[in-house]
Ligand binder design. Structure first.
Ligand SMILES: [Zn+2]
Length: 382
């Protein structure tokens, strides 16, 4: 085992940046707090405890390299632009091959693959004539070709503290306390500046020729979607989450067909990061009190302590990672998300609201509440 390698966050090349070492077998070479797939860290513990998983297991990364090239972009070399993911996370098998051969347990925190999507709403959009299969992006059977990317959170604590206007010790103290002391090294090892937090990550779906990311003239349609499992997966009708997500996919396909690129980022931020139990408690409270738009956000805050913990200022990192400086069609009505992009220097040309006919009847209370809270509600901005 060797001494932990230094991390110079935001250095322009992987050599100078250095690897994040956080594998289960990292030993004394570890330079980050937390573990890979940390949201599942407790399952890893069960697998180790019951003998199914060896802590000494090293992933065999042969053949796992990205199917599609992404980056590097200039934003990767700015330590302030990306603080919640490792921009080199999909390339570690290549760029840190020597270090891995030397015995460091370096693992990817990003994976890039190809696949196809099939959504009922897209089939419907074809039937109604809003989309037409082209054999490239959208196939005749309704399937969509995509590049899909999985991203684990990797937090650069000094940069995260600065983004949130905190001191790094205050951030470390809060992380330590609010995980019930789960990561004592946050306090004991202040020289470890990287933390892989036990939270869900981000999935990104790219529609169209990904190499177009390298041309700043490429027109981009984009949605950053925060998870709502009840609606996204099961079709619950109280909110507009799945209809908006499906509409974003439709816009992304149309942009790809027009020579641009579609980007849909999906963040594991269930119930505005308050969690699904709180979300359903609030549903009950709303129903029992007579569901009214005026009390929508207040009722959430009464149960959870506040109405939103998503910290949209962190959601822009993935756009920086993709090298984006401008979004031509921004598929969102959230004022918080749009402001986060503006603060990050990413220009929004046109903001696109969900068409009225796609809003479920029972979601009207949510829509009214959002509009009265200052959410964007008009179709045309630019
Ligand atoms: Zn929802």
């Amino acid at each position: 085992m060797s001494a932990p390698p230094l991390i110079n966050w935001g250095a322009a090349t992987p050599d100078r940046r250095g690897p994040v070492v956080a594998g289960l077998d990292a030993g004394s070479a570890r330079n980050a707090n937390g573990t890979h797939a940390a949201a599942f860290g407790s399952y890893q513990a069960l697998a180790v405890a019951t003998g199914g998983l060896s802590e000494a297991h090293r992933p065999n990364l042969e053949g796992t390299q990205p199917r599609i090239e992404i980056g590097p972009f200039a934003q990767w070399a700015d330590p302030r632009k990306i603080v919640t993911m490792d921009p080199w996370g999909h390339l570690v098998a290549q760029v840190f091959a020597t270090e891995r051969e030397r015995g460091l347990d370096i693992r990817p925190s990003i994976a890039v693959a190809e696949g196809r999507l099939r959504l009922a709403e897209i089939i419907c959009a074809i039937e109604r004539g809003r989309l037409r299969p082209d054999g490239q992006v959208l196939l005749r059977n309704g399937e969509i070709r995509v590049c899909k990317i999985a991203i684990e959170p990797v937090w650069w604590l000094p940069g995260l503290a600065e983004r949130l206007q905190l001191t790094e010790p205050d951030l470390r103290q809060a992380l330590f306390r609010c995980t019930d002391g789960m990561y004592p090294a946050l306090l004991d090892n202040p020289e470890r500046k990287v933390f892989l937090p036990p939270i869900g990550g981000t999935s990104v779906y790219l529609f169209g020729d990904v190499q177009r990311l390298n041309d700043p003239r490429t027109r981009i349609a984009c949605r950053i979607h925060d998870e709502c499992s009840g609606s996204d997966v099961f079709g619950s009708d109280l909110c507009t989450c799945r209809p908006y997500l499906a509409y974003a996919v439709e816009e992304a396909v149309a942009m790809a067909q027009a020579g641009g690129l579609g980007v849909v980022a999906y963040n594991r931020k269930e119930g505005r990061c308050l969690g699904e139990v709180v979300k359903l408690l609030v549903y009950n409270a709303r129903m029992n009190a007579g569901d009214r738009a005026e009390s929508y956000f207040d009722r959430t805050a009464q149960v959870a302590g506040l109405s939103d913990m998503r910290f949209q200022e962190l959601s822009v990192d993935v756009l920086h990672w993709l090298g984006l400086e401008r979004i031509d069609r921004w598929i969102s009505m959230s004022n918080l998300k749009a402001q986060a992009l503006r603060n990050a220097g990413i220009q929004i040309i046109r903001q696109i609201a969900i068409p009225d006919e796609l809003i479920p009847t029972n979601a009207e209370v949510e829509m009214s509440a959002k509009r009265s809270a200052g959410y964007f509600s008009e179709v045309v901005l630019a």
